[in-house]
Design a protein around this ligand. Structure first.
Ligand code: ATP
Length: 433
């Protein structure tokens, strides 16, 4: 069995190696709740594959939270919260370090969260998703880098295949079905034949997962560099429709996705949601929201396309004023409009959306409510009406400077005040053109 000592030393950043060595030495002292200690999971896989490893995941045989407190003290970090499965997070100068207690898992029912019991390292590796993620490298000074690989993950890395550890794996935890797709695409691996057959057989178990777990996995898929390929492959394997018939990536969505390319900030996540949901009917949008129970921003975007369809016929009019365009589209989430700009029909509506995103969206009135109050405008409906009229006049190019704004205010104020006095406070829109 190959040892990873030289890979640990050469492929990880020097500060990370120092933390891992310190952790190994601390465990060897034998007084901090750890009898064995390992680097596990994705970091070991990535080392074996010669890829950059991310935040290190450490597992100790013993008491993870206790060991994490001692390690945090030694490396100048803070041991934070402990998860329901006993993993402690250290906020360290090198970044995040996870310290877990080696554990075995038992699933009382398909897709249920597992019952966990502290265990030795073999059981801990057995509970993992795929052989390539089920390797561990010892961090004890005496056995630094020696590889524990009972499920032949090293060989699967070399052969480029994703293989589950047992036949019930996807039923126990159907999130693994979605994880498969991520690893396949990210690593450029293929599904091993029995794993592929089981995925095909067990796809429907995705239906049993809670909204929160599905959504968390979808977000991880969206965070992948090659998310377009991840969703294309997920569609191909039929795993998206197993989550909800409304979750699909038709060719038009893929085109829009490709246009926006590979980006990864939070705003872009919504852009991708808008792409993927751009062909949904109102009913489909509602059923997807019910299945995923996402936050308000996602909901607005998922509903956005059908809302856009309602206003689209009006947007077809060539002679709309900028203020009218703004009135129509300002409640549609920007990511939905961005997708329409790229993938919508090349007609007047697209020009209007383009103009809104490029110019009208930025238009601001210079005078503030305080400025108006100083010029004698009472706070309340009259002030609101004046600010709206200023915005409209700005948008339509009737005024361009602060002086022109103040001039408009002095012209309109007497009229609005007298209307208010006779109890006719309705907006007039008299200067909107
Ligand atoms: P990467 O996304 O690069 O694999 P990672 O390995 O840190 O990063 P995590 O999702 O943080 O990925 O999981 C850490 C490890 O925990 C995995 O490598 C895997 O061994 C195990 N694991 C995570 N999720 C599951 C799961 N649903 N079933 C079984 N094992 C899992």
């Amino acid at each position: 069995m190959p040892g990873l000592a030289s890979l640990l030393d050469s492929r990880l950043p020097a500060e990370t190696v120092e933390v891992l060595r310190t952790a190994g030495e601390l465990a060897a002292e034998g007084e901090h709740g750890a009898s064995e200690i390992y680097l596990v999971g994705g970091s070991v896989r990535d080392l074996v594959l010669g890829r950059d490893a991310k935040d290190p995941d450490i597992v100790v045989v013993g008491n993870g939270p206790r060991f994490a407190r001692a390690l945090a003290e030694r490396i100048g970090g803070t041991a934070g919260s402990v998860s329901q499965f006993g993993t402690a997070v250290i906020d360290a100068p090198i970044g995040r370090v996870d310290v877990a207690t080696a554990r075995s898992e038992r699933y009382s029912a398909p897709a249920a969260l597992p019952d966990v019991t502290p265990s030795g390292m073999h059981d801990d590796l057995r509970r993992r998703d795929f052989s390539v993620n089920a390797m561990a490298a010892s961090l004890l000074p005496d056995s630094w880098g020696s590889l524990l690989d009972p499920y032949k993950g090293f060989s699967d890395c070399a052969r480029g295949r994703i293989r589950f550890l047992h036949d019930n794996s996807f039923q126990d935890d159907p999130t693994r079905i979605l994880r498969t797709v991520r690893y396949e695409v990210r690593l450029g691996f293929k599904l091993e034949i029995e794993t592929a057959e089981a995925l095909d057989r067990d796809r429907s178990y995705l239906d049993r997962l809670s909204s929160a777990r599905i959504l968390a996995e979808l977000r991880k898929m969206l965070a992948e560099d090659d998310r377009i390929e991840v969703f294309r492959r997920a569609e191909e394997l039929g795993v998206l429709s197993a989550i909800s018939p409304a979750l699909r990536v038709p060719e038009s969505s893929l085109k829009a996705l490709e246009h926006f390319g590979r980006r990864s900030s939070g705003v872009d996540e919504l852009l991708f949601v808008a792409c993927m949901t751009s062909s949904l009917t109102e009913q489909e949008a509602e059923s997807l929201i019910e299945r995923l129970a996402p936050d308000g921003a996602w909901q607005a975007v998922i509903r956005g396309t059908s809302k856009f369809r309602e206003i689209a016929p009006v947007l077809e009019s060539p002679g709309l004023l900028p203020s009218e365009v703004v009135e129509l589209v300002e409640r549609i989430p920007v990511p939905v409009l961005e997708v329409q700009r790229v993938a919508g029909p090349k007609t007047h509506q697209r020009q209007h959306v383009e103009a809104y995103l490029r110019r009208h969206r930025e238009v601001r009135v210079e005078v503030t409510g305080d400025d108006l109050a100083e010029s004698g405008v009472p706070r309340g409906p009259v002030m609101g009406q004046l600010l709206q009229e200023l915005k409209t006049a700005r948008l339509n190019g009737r005024i361009r400077t602060r002086e022109e704004e103040l001039e408009l205010v002095s012209r309109r104020l007497p009229m609005l005040l007298s209307r208010e006095q006779i109890g006719d406070g309705e907006p007039t829109g008299a200067v909107s053109q």
